[in-house]
Design a protein around this ligand. Sequence first.
Ligand code: GLP
Length: 242
Amino acid sequence: MRIIHTADYEDMSRKAASVIAAQVVLKPDCVLGLATGSTPIGAYQELVRRHESGELDFSQVSTYNLDEYRGLTHDDPQSYHYFMERELFSHINIDPARTHVPDGANEDAEAACAEYDELVAGAGYPDLQLLGIGNNGHIGFNEPADAFSKGTHCIDLTESTIEANSRLFESPEDVPRQAYTMGIQTIMRARRVVVVASGEKKAQAVRDMCQGPISPACPASILQLHPDVIVIADKDALSLCN
Ligand code: GLP
């Protein structure tokens, strides 16, 4: 694991955008695994800025998002599909047919997850997977568990995740209780993983990810076994790391 220390959120966002931009320049038809949450927003804004200044061409890039709330349609403003449109896709020259998010509207969890697994496998897995990290060490929506998950699956969100994510909904009751998420095995197949983390709230999870035992109690800790992980985090998020 390489850890890049950044001064603050803006610095973290610029550095993360630089790593993603380098991937797009080196391989214009690359496959990007993308994440939602507040943390990557700054990096997406920076990518948009670089696209607008003519530095970045996304026309050949394909994207696969990590996860989606079960039961939300693509045009629901709370869905991750909508989030990606709003924060990134509508501002860059990506081909909409090359962007993929699990289909939350498909209530048949088995079918929705199997279909997504096939799509990601068919694309050859991401060249670069961007990840945020939950306060409890989750990646995608892979919550702390007794075992590491494999492919895309339906997950029951933990109370702590529902509470953390409720800030984006009108009330905690409005947060969907389930989600479809790429599994840990799928995430580990990406050739490069970039984790972004900012703020004190993430400090324990970042420490467990980088320095804790490798355990499904902290799903992100499995990344210690991946050969190419870059953690880009600000000083608050790294405050508990030695
Ligand atoms: C959600 C997403 C994760 C994300 C996490 C942290 O649960 N499924 O992919 O990493 O939130 O979000 P934030 O960056 O807003 O703290």
